[in-house]
Write a protein that binds this ligand. Structure first.
Ligand code: ACO
Length: 427
């Protein structure tokens, strides 16, 4: 019986084309199984979505086998080298790079929308002062829906765009305040003379009673971090945003759901784990022991920052970030032994048969923690920085989804619970 069904599906695909194969512009084709259930009473089983294209998207392309990442067709290396985060955010949202006039207008619009309603600032006081910044961000971003719900008509394109701009504009102050609240320091306001990265740095590290001059080298390095993390196609948090949005939910609530998903150690929290691992390794001499442990099937230890669900080659972002980390440390005159351990560990691991065979290469998280720590970020802010950057991607996917009309997402399941049984008759 099962074989009959499988054969029917295969012949559907190969013969009468009633399960069409869809070609994208780049990357693998996809079998369109939308009629699989109605034609064959079959579901596709793909937990973890390893073989599932959940949507069509024109925003970001990842070729994991060749280590390629494109935003709207532009290679990440070129954007990191020549662009800035605001331009990249515009590109992700609108599909094309802005000309000088459009970029200026976009920048002005973000400046208009970068303040938080003063009443929102009172929310922070409701959190314990030792709350994780991501816990605060989930709450505060979700709360924005209570402030803008009345003027939010998601059937109107201008209204949607304004919601997306508000999210990108306000996120630096939301993230910075989640840190300053935890150390008991009053929050500085944005300064509209500064660019996006510099503004975040002054709100994060500046004191309200003193001048704060942003170091341009650090601001540029931070801007590159934002560019590298801005989008990464249908990852867990972006898929969460899309799934929440498919019901027509408020955009601020959808982005809050994305932040919640990003928080986990398997997603946004991995660079924190890298720092802990490098710290545990301690010295260059201990590296071979760590590599041996990582290869041992009876040991749960893994090289954190190595391997990726999609990249089976170098994560192109890891090369850019390694360069930036070196620049930042040299600029600050910091000789962080962790950087030396990381570089040596990478050199040893990528020549090792175990890692070559399994196509395990450094991912973006391998160097980002070292760099953020050198810049003064506490470890629990690493994921908040990721959320700040990824907001550009989330809102772009949210905008793209609103243009589609496939209705609410509703995955099915393979039921493995009890078959029908009856409640025992009362004695
Ligand atoms: N160290 C040692 N061995 C590893 C590692 C690692 N970091 N990653 C994978 N392997 C091994 C596995 O043990 C497995 O070996 P086997 O085939 O002999 O059983 C093989 O490589 C394949 O591993 P999977 O877990 O099946 O690979 P998958 O692609 O599903 O996992 C993942 C990717 C989860 C990222 C994994 O490589 C990992 O745990 N890496 C460390 C954590 C990390 O850096 N996460 C950040 C990801 S990047 C991001 O989210 C932005």
């Amino acid at each position: 019986m099962t074989l009959k069904y499988i054969n029917a599906v295969i012949s559907d695909v190969s013969n009468d084309n009633s399960l069409p194969v869809l070609d994208g512009n780049l990357g693998p084709s996809a079998v369109d199984i939308q009629t699989l259930y109605s034609r064959h009473s079959l579901l596709a089983f793909d937990p973890g979505f390893r073989s599932t294209a959940s949507c069509k998207s024109a925003i970001t392309f990842v070729d994991g086998d060749n280590g390629v990442l494109l935003y709207r067709g532009y290679p990440i290396e070129e954007l990191a080298d020549s662009s800035n985060f605001i331009e990249v955010a515009y590109l992700l949202m609108r599909g094309e790079l802005p000309d000088a006039k459009s970029l200026k207008e976009f920048q002005d619009l973000l400046h208009q929308h970068n303040l938080l309603h003063e009443q929102i600032m009172t929310f922070y006081r409701g959190f314990r002062r030792d709350a994780h910044p991501m816990a605060i961000m989930v709450g505060v971003v979700g709360a924005l829906s209570a402030f803008y719900h009345d003027v939010m008509d998601i059937s109107d394109a201008d209204s949607r765009y304004l919601a997306a701009v508000r999210l990108i504009g306000k996120m630096p102050m939301i993230a910075a305040a989640s840190y300053t609240y935890s150390i008991g320091r009053p929050q500085r306001y944005p300064n509209n003379k500064l660019d996006y990265a510099s503004n975040f740095l002054q709100m994060m590290f500046g004191s309200p009673v003193m001048e704060y001059t942003v170091d341009p080298v650090l601001a540029r390095a931070f801007d590159v971090i934002l560019i590298l993390h801005a989008d990464h196609e249908q990852n867990a948090s972006t898929s969460t945003v899309r799934l929440a949005a498919s019901s027509g939910a408020n955009p601020f609530a959808c982005i809050a759901a994305g932040i919640a998903s990003l928080w986990g150690p398997a997603h946004g929290g991995a660079n924190e784990a890298v720092l802990k691992m490098l710290n545990d390794i301690g010295t260059v001499e201990n590296i071979p022991k760590a590599v041996t442990r990582a290869k041992d099937k009876n040991d749960s230890f893994r090289l954190m920052g190595f391997g990726h669900r999609i990249y089976k080659n170098f994560d192109p972002r890891s090369r850019v970030i390694q360069e930036q980390a070196k620049k930042v440390l040299a600029h600050l005159g910091k000789d962080d032994p962790m950087l030396e351990i990381a570089i040596r560990l990478e050199e040893i691991a990528i020549k090792d048969e175990y890692f070559i065979e399994r196509k395990l290469y450094p991912n973006v998280d391998f160097y980002s923690g070292i760099m953020l720590r050198a810049m003064g970020f506490p470890v629990n802010m690493f994921t908040a920085v990721f959320a700040l950057a990824r907001t550009a991607g989330w809102v772009s996917h949210w905008l793209e989804l609103q243009e589609e009309s496939h209705g609410i997402d509703r995955p099915r399941q393979l039921y493995v619970g009890k078959p029908l049984r009856h409640y025992p008759a009362k004695k």
